[in-house]
Write a protein that binds this ligand. Structure first.
Ligand code: SF4
Length: 159
């Protein structure tokens, strides 16, 4: 099963969400938070699609390629960091060197992310964990937590 950047992001937030997404269970498209996310991404029409990657924006700054991931708020910084590390790691495998940037337009923030030696080990470990999770026949059971109220699977998990 193909791991994607979105699955890595979900894994950091909730293992059940990652399993559902990777197994093709669609989140509620009418979920307000998903709609806000779509709206924020509308300003970034230069997204790049590669296998397992939907990069929001890619540009060059001072001769360095930068991969940007656009987020609603910096509250989701940790997941976005792993999502970017996944992209940087996959790009590096293809011989493409790049840096990452979490872009939070509403907060006027740009948070740099680099594939350092330490971060490379972190993303490799997470990818191993995600692979094991996706091999499970059933998803982990739902556990109510703060992020559930913003999750597109809330109805699926708790109704
Ligand atoms: S609603 Fe909660 S438990 Fe269910 S997938 Fe979303 S975050 Fe995970």
């Amino acid at each position: 099963m193909m791991i994607s950047g979105s699955v890595v992001l979900s894994y950091i937030n909730c293992k059940r969400e990652a399993w559902l997404m990777a197994h093709g269970v669609l989140p509620d498209q009418g979920n307000m938070h998903i709609e806000i996310g779509r709206f924020i991404h509308e300003d970034y029409s230069d997204s790049v699609m590669l296998p397992g990657m939907k990069i929001d924006t890619m540009f060059e700054r001072e001769g360095v390629r930068v991969v940007g991931e656009v987020k609603k708020s910096s509250a989701s910084k940790r997941g976005a960091e792993y999502q970017l590390l996944y992209y940087l790691y996959r790009l590096e495998e293809k011989g493409v060197k790049a840096r990452g940037e979490i872009i939070v337009p509403k907060e006027n923030k740009r948070i740099p992310v680099e594939l350092t030696e330490e971060n490379r080990e972190k993303i490799k470990k997470v990818l191993e964990e995600v692979s094991s999770l996706l091999e499970e026949e059933t998803p982990p059971p739902p556990k109510r937590k703060g992020i559930c109220r913003k999750c597109g699977y809330e109805l699926f998990c708790f109704s």
